[in-house]
Ligand binder design. Sequence first.
Ligand SMILES: Nc1ncnc2c1ncn2[C@@H]1O[C@H](COP(=O)(O)OP(=O)(O)O)[C@@H](O)[C@H]1O
Ligand SMILES: [Mg+2]
Length: 406
Amino acid sequence: MKVLFISPHYPEEMQGFTRGLAAVGAEVYAVGDVPEAQLPAHVRRHLRGYVQVRELFDENAALAQLAPVAERLGIERVECLWEPCVLLAAALRERLGLPGMSRDTVLGFRDKTLMKRRLLAAGVRVPRFARVTSAGECFEAAEAIGYPVVIKPIAGAGSADTYAIRSPQEMERVIAQLGHLEEANLEEFIDGEEFTYDTVCIDGVPRFESVTKYYPKPMDGRHNEWISPAQLTYADPFARPELKGGIELGRAALKALGMGTGFTHMEWFRKPDGEVVFGEVAARAPGGKLVDGMNYANDFDVFREWARAACWRRYEGQPARRYHVAAIFKRAIGQGRIQRIVGAEALAQRCGPGLMAMDLTPLGQPRRDWLNTLLGDGFVILRHHDYGECLAMMWQAVKELQLYAG
Ligand SMILES: Nc1ncnc2c1ncn2[C@@H]1O[C@H](COP(=O)(O)OP(=O)(O)O)[C@@H](O)[C@H]1O
Ligand SMILES: [Mg+2]
């Protein structure tokens, strides 16, 4: 099975998928915009070949360069799990007549307005929304939808340029900051807790499902430097009645959008009154260590099992559903270089064998720009059979583990 895999090393979790493809017997031909020599050696050794494209983000240019190469190589699958290139992968499949989701289907997972239109038509509860292209339209749409509202880019990522707006005065201020956007989405603000619903599907049928809760909502973590964003992946989402509505919503959304085979990553809200509302969905794996979280929860290798599904339409990962897993992302306090790390030993002691990873910016290194990296000044991953204990360990990592820069 010859597989063309776009972006084999970036973002970091792609390296696990590259390994997975090789592990299920695929001949991996990778595509990137850097010279092959710049790939990490542990990625390179899984590759049968590498194609360097001049321009990865110009779909037509990349297509023109890749299509003849793929034909010559006899490529049988084109896969990509990195959001900016999922449309390129679909366009290439179409051009070559290969199996997999069409460009139009993938567009439904990429364009947030089209996504909501398709879901609305299928009766899935989405926030009321409008596409806006001017300040006047913003005020009009907000009046029609009713404050509070959220404004965000059409194809955003990482909560960039995403704001909650509670009044026309606040709208005024936010519009002044968003002058660089030509158009945006304006939505009903959904108050409540925020979760993910992640799957590996074969021909639209979820073969593995996982739910993770965000602490706090990603938008709040993005706007407040003092917050250590965290997430908890449930050992067994089917055992928790409060997640049932979200899982059903997720299944309905995948059906409505015509999901085929591969990874999906959805976000959804649960309001204080219990109503569940769709947030967004992508036809790719989640970032932010969430795939690792699924593996630690289940003691399996979902990188490899995704690859088996993508290549062979088979899923063999037996989820153990044994552990709740928390990932916590730290941001140093102060500017300059890391001077002091507090609470790491106590946390390690508390977690014992449940401490799966602790990777912090080392002493003496410059602190990182918290706005430009989701991982910030490092992360901790921990797990426990008991939900309450996992949460307690998570809060200890959030509150008592600190890095100080100066
Ligand atoms: N309608 C909404 N109501 C409440 N919060 C929202 C809404 N839309 C987005 N958010 C917040 O903003 C974050 C980012 O928005 P999202 O649509 O997921 O875009 P992206 O993750 O691509 O930047 C969400 O995770 C959520 O915290
Ligand atoms: Mg999101």
